[in-house]
Ligand binder design. Structure first.
Ligand code: SF4
Length: 461
């Protein structure tokens, strides 16, 4: 017999418990068990007035934002609607069935005000990392670093072309991102744009680094612990390789300062294998660089590669394949010279007379009068990185580097953060930090639900 639904919405009283309607295995239950906002009110206390009307609870806003970034709902207007209608979201936000949802404008007001002043997202991020450490998910032995491009909320049509003049201070583009950008320029006036500059978000960088059509973008930089892929630090930079590499130093220092964690090895791709970066790791931080050396000395014309020349540290010279010395100084100068170039390199030259009479000249320097070798002042660190690259540990590190790439894939495909909604470097920082918080919480929830590592191994056996 075909059933018919009877009108059941006329009841006045219900016996209803929100707790019973959220499934035990729901993602938000796992996140809730890992999230501790106990110290939030204390952290924000000085940013609220002691008198006046009570504000929206900041913990409620943080919980709503965590829901938004967990489920790819980054529009605050839509987030308020979803929390209003979804029982699990209400449960996670500690809201009853009849409790009112904050107005969407509350978020932007707080974001530009007390949330930025107090750096509350960074505080939440650090608290989540501390919880991960307490749960034994971070070993601190190996770190991996990488960056990924995220499109900025900026159109190429609203921009200044390279070489064109533009008054960046004019009233119709007097926006918050523009004011932040001009403040960061520190009084420097740009009369002619050196590159394409967005008038909506001038900090965003015009880039074609993905190999396709160029676009305005920011880079999100992750420093992760390789044990379980927990994000230890996140940094927003304009989409520029130098800025990405420089952010590594900031993140490694910050993690050491905040969590007292310093890795034995740092894993990264070739972009991070610059001489300065390797030197910083080896000489300043005593960290093993598991990084391919950024090397532009390769020759494709069949002439002797650099490996054919023997370095003698004590004599400060190279020996070429025919056994002749190559030195930085071939004659005595009245005034001592370092011979260090602007690129922090030293050029070692063979004598022209040696090369002119050499039987191997056609294999060494067929088109030049003499051969030279360019040596970085940080070559010791580069040599160490080259030596590490031949070890089995390096092969393992190469596989572990994929963990950070997987996090970026998760960020874009599951959390749907492939384009920013907020503008300016501070907006990018807020969005990337929130995404980092959510990724850590999701991972922690999953790992904690599987039990301690030994239990997991026993369960698999
Ligand atoms: S050409 Fe000059 S640098 Fe090259 S092997 Fe001969 S002597 Fe040495």
């Amino acid at each position: 017999m075909m059933g018919q639904q009877m009108g059941g919405q006329q009841r006045l009283f219900y016996s209803f418990n929100l707790e019973d309607h959220v499934p035990q295995g729901h993602l938000l239950r796992g996140i809730d068990a890992c999230l501790d906002l106990g110290g939030l009110r204390k952290h924000l206390a000085e940013h609220y007035s002691r008198t006046g009307r009570p504000s929206v609870d900041p913990a409620l806003m943080i919980r709503m934002l965590i829901i938004g970034y967990s489920y790819g709902i980054r529009s605050e207007r839509r987030l308020c609607e979803e929390v209003h209608l979804n029982l699990a979201y209400r449960w996670f936000c500690r809201l009853g069935l009849e409790d009112a949802i904050p107005d969407h404008s509350t978020f932007s007001k707080n974001r530009h005000g007390r949330f930025r002043e107090s750096d509350v997202f960074r505080w939440v991020f650090d608290e989540v990392v501390r919880r991960c450490m307490a749960a034994g998910l971070i070993k601190g032995e190996g770190f991996a670093v990488d960056a990924s491009l995220i499109a900025a909320n900026a159109s190429h049509q609203h921009s200044v072309q390279p070489g064109k003049t533009c008054d960046l201070g004019r009233s119709e583009i007097d926006t918050r991102p523009m004011r932040e950008y001009l403040a960061a320029l520190d009084g420097e006036v740009i009369a002619v744009a050196p590159r394409k500059i967005s008038l909506s978000d001038p900090h965003a960088r015009w880039t074609a680094a993905t190999g396709g059509i160029a676009f305005f973008a920011y880079s999100t930089n992750y420093l992760i612990d390789t044990t379980h892929g927990i994000i230890l630090d996140v940094e927003a930079t304009p989409a520029h390789r130098n800025a990405e590499v420089d952010s590594t130093k900031v993140m490694v220092d910050r993690v050491e300062e905040r969590f007292n964690l310093k890795p034995q090895r740092l894993i990264a791709n070739t972009a991070y294998g610059t001489a300065e970066m390797l030197n910083r790791m080896v000489e300043e931080k005593a960290i093993e660089p598991h990084v391919p050396v950024f090397d532009k000395t390769k020759r494709g014309d069949g002439t002797f590669e650099r490996d054919a020349f023997q370095w003698n540290e004590a004599a400060d010279e190279y020996r070429c394949p025919s056994g002749k010395p190559m030195r930085r100084e071939l004659r005595a100068y009245k005034k001592p010279r370092t011979h260090i170039t602007k690129a922090n390199t030293i050029i070692y030259r063979a004598r022209q007379s040696d090369c002119a009479n050499c039987a191997m000249k056609s294999q060494c320097c067929p088109n030049m009068n003499f051969r030279n070798i360019v040596r970085s002042v940080h070559e010791r660190a580069r040599d160490l990185a080259r030596q590490i690259a031949t070890t089995p540990a390096y092969e393992r590190s190469r596989c572990e580097r994929k963990k950070v790439e997987m996090l970026f894939a998760h960020l874009k495909s599951i959390l749907k953060l492939d384009r920013l909604r907020l503008r300016g470097l501070t907006g990018a920082t807020d969005e990337f930090t929130l995404a980092g918080i959510v990724q850590n919480l999701r991972r922690m929830a999953k790992l904690v639900s599987q039990g301690p590592p030994l239990d997991r191994i026993a369960a698999r056996a």
